[in-house]
Design a protein around this ligand. Structure first.
Ligand code: ZN
Length: 111
């Protein structure tokens, strides 16, 4: 799970926009919504599928959507989620679990 998060934070997962850089015939549409370019930003934050997951997760955490894009959120989290208090660890685990399950769902749709 943490490896997928590490790759996602660095923008290194083989999303369809990245694959298209090497294979110009590759499909670039998001497999989860079939309506947008599949990039890290779209897949993990902008896609309606992902947005529904984040909304539920944030509701469970007693907070709300802060309206940031993927890159801004990662920058925000890396400065605000420092330390190993139980609350911070829980937030990091939620992020890792969400990213892992979104990536897994996307991969299951393709294969
Ligand atoms: Zn999508």
């Amino acid at each position: 799970m943490s490896f997928i998060l590490w790759m996602a934070v660095r923008g290194r997962l083989p999303t369809r926009d990245r694959i298209h850089k090497y294979d110009h015939g590759a499909v670039t549409t998001c497999v989860l919504c079939n309506s947008h370019l599949e990039s890290h930003a779209h897949l993990f934050f902008e896609c309606l599928f992902s947005r529904a997951i984040w909304t539920q997760l944030l509701n469970y955490c007693g907070t709300h959507w802060i309206g940031l894009c993927w890159n801004d959120f990662i920058a925000w989290a890396s400065t605000h989620w420092r330390g190993n208090t139980p609350v911070i660890v829980a937030k990091k685990l939620c992020l890792g679990a969400a990213v892992y399950h979104i990536w897994r769902k996307r991969t299951c749709h393709i294969f």
